[in-house]
Design a protein around this ligand. Sequence first.
Ligand code: PHE
Length: 355
Amino acid sequence: MSEIKQIQLNFEEKFRDISSKEDLQILKTEFFGKNGLISTQFKKMGSLNENEKKIFANDLNNLKDFVTEKIENKFKEFEDLIINEKLKGEKIDVTLPIRSRSNGKIHPVSQVIDEISSIFSEIGFSVVEGPDVESEYNNFTALNTPEDHPARDMHDTFYLDEKKKTLLRTHTSPVQIRTMMKGKPPFKIIVPGRTYRCDSDQTHAPMFHQLEGLHIDKGINMGHLKGCLNYFIKEFFEVKNIKMRFRPSHFPFTEPSAEVDIGYRLKDGKIVIGEGDKWLEILGCGMVHPNVLKNTKVDAKKFQGFAFGIGIDRLAMLKYGINDLRAFFETDYRWLNHYGFDPLDVPTNYRGLSR
Ligand code: PHE
């Protein structure tokens, strides 16, 4: 029997007993490794004459192809086996019942803050925050509200020290000061946050939420303010037509100043926005007072702009038909379950805010 035939028989015998990928690898090395049974045969070629070489090379190549094919196929078999084993362990039973959703709900105030942020970010406002504990300077003085100004009493301030130097901010307007002190114009920001006044009844709570808006740039006028608020109210209440009126008002930090009412009517005890002849006050606004710009080192000859302050809780009550503000802060889970929002349903403009 030729040596090549012997090698083949030898291979076939060993191949029959292979039971793992590792064994197969060892067998492969035995035949094809550097000093493997087949590899060494090739080295013999040099010592043969032309005729012998032809026959030998032919037989050897056949053997090589035969063994290679067997080994490759077997490798594939082992790999399929391994994958199938793995799949068995990883399969999902699609008939299993779904997991129940978490019980947590998003508070209407948080929901409304997300909605408002989404609306304003669409037209280029960025969201900024400030601390609840403020200096008397940022909360009043820098906002053109000197010590003897009557607006200070109207704010029912919670002071935190006897000298009345620190306080719980009575509005989000001090973040206007912080922002303008820190950066360079233009500014285009909104500031949602907690605010505090010593006041409590059905529509007032000692802690409530405001949203400040500030847009400072070259050539900003009252028309921009009006357009901006008009856009916001339409988007927020998701109505095409909105009735809005600007009433002259007074804030020390804006000149001229206005309060904005929106028109509504009552239908079966519910508020319908954009129709009817009743008016509801929802925000204060105006053109930023030159003194405020001066206090924050903004060149009032080059830059001007508008600011507004919206009562967030009020907006939430209106939009979601909640009639007592105090319920917001009572942490009653039954109430939250009823009025709260799904945590996965993040509001966006394009998808609709309050689905
Ligand atoms: N800070 C004012 C308030 O709390 C609202 C306001 C903000 C008015 C900005 C004008 C401009 O009543």
